[in-house]
Design a protein around this ligand. Structure first.
Ligand code: SAM
Length: 295
């Protein structure tokens, strides 16, 4: 695949080199020997998606990394396509797919900023933790909307400008601690919200992803809502909740959230995101916005 010769190509190359060395979320392939293994190790979020997405849906995981989500969603026969620019990640994904005979799951090498996929071809388009590692997050988003069917959903996971603040501080502190304490790295990893268990490969790639990444950008709730508005996408929900005074109960992912206008205003979003400085710091300030294409 030809790489862009522009300055933007430098980011693509640096990020790609990084993921060829640190496929994400790396895993020990021996842990995925059966379909039950895949089911057991899927996150609560993946299980929630599985409960809400119809089995006959066309699903895209854009920037699928090592493909666990794509394979998991394919367990019940959904047609799932996973695309990524890292060949190493795609090879790992295909190993699990082939071993478990997931015939409706396909992987393909693609640059998210130059997708070759046809217009209006997917009902659910996921892009988890990818756009903020590209040179043009908004351009990438627009293309994801292009390939979503009207009525279909676009699900975008990004680093939040506020929620990620503490990680920037922690990076400096941990680097300093590492000079004196050989366990400083492990202690920092324990503070992540994700379960890293005893999978050393998963721990290694998480560390690299959070502490050694060559390129990342940060975004806000209203910036994402603006992307939605400009591209005929209706806001459905967000995780964590972006609305002020919302209940802590986890609601359905694809059911439009009702909220008082005041509690979902820009000012309300700002207050909520300020709280994320503390509450989302363990997860690196990651937030997910769900939208539905209307036209
Ligand atoms: C943090 S990982 C996320 C993987 C997966 N979505 C997840 O949530 O576990 C970011 C992924 O984006 C991919 N990526 C980064 N830039 C890309 C681009 N321009 N085109 C396609 N994939 C890209 C990387 O190769 C990597 O696998």
């Amino acid at each position: 695949m030809a790489e862009p010769a522009t300055g933007d190509g430098r980011i693509l190359r640096a990020v790609n080199l990084f993921y060829e060395e640190n496929p994400f979320p790396g895993f020990d392939p021996n842990k995925y020997r059966t379909r039950e293994d895949l089911d057991r190790q899927a996150s609560w979020w993946a299980h929630k998606l599985d409960a809400e997405i119809p089995f006959d849906a066309d699903v895209l995981d854009a920037g699928c990394g090592t493909g666990q989500l794509a394979c998991f969603l394919g367990l019940k026969g959904r047609r799932v396509m996973g695309v990524d620019y890292s060949q190493h990640s795609l090879d790992l994904a295909a190993t699990v797919r082939d071993r478990l005979h997931l015939d409706t799951v396909h992987f393909q090498r693609e640059n998210l900023l130059e997708l070759s996929l046809p217009d209006r071809s997917f009902d659910y388009v996921f892009c988890n933790g990818v756009l903020h590692h590209t040179s043009d997050p908004y351009g990438g988003f627009k293309d994801l909307v292009r390939i979503t069917r009207p009525g279909g959903f676009v699900i975008i996971g990004l680093y939040n400008k506020f929620g990620r603040l503490m990680l920037h501080v922690r990076r400096r502190v941990v680097r300093l601690q590492m000079k004196f304490d050989k366990n400083a790295r492990d202690k920092a990893l324990e503070k992540q919200l994700v379960k890293l268990e005893d999978d050393s490969e998963k721990r290694r790639t998480w560390w690299a992803d959070q502490y050694e990444h060559p390129h990342e950008s940060v975004h806000t709730v209203d910036e994402t809502l603006d992307w939605f508005r400009r591209n005929g996408v209706k806001y459905v929900s967000s995780f964590p909740k972006a609305e002020l005074f919302s209940s802590s109960e986890v609601e359905k992912i694809f059911r439009p959230r009702r909220s008082n206008r005041l509690f979902s205003s820009r000012a309300a979003h700002l207050l909520v995101q300020l709280a994320w400085i503390v509450t989302q710091n363990g997860g690196g300030g990651y937030y997910v916005m769900v939208g539905q294409r209307t036209e």
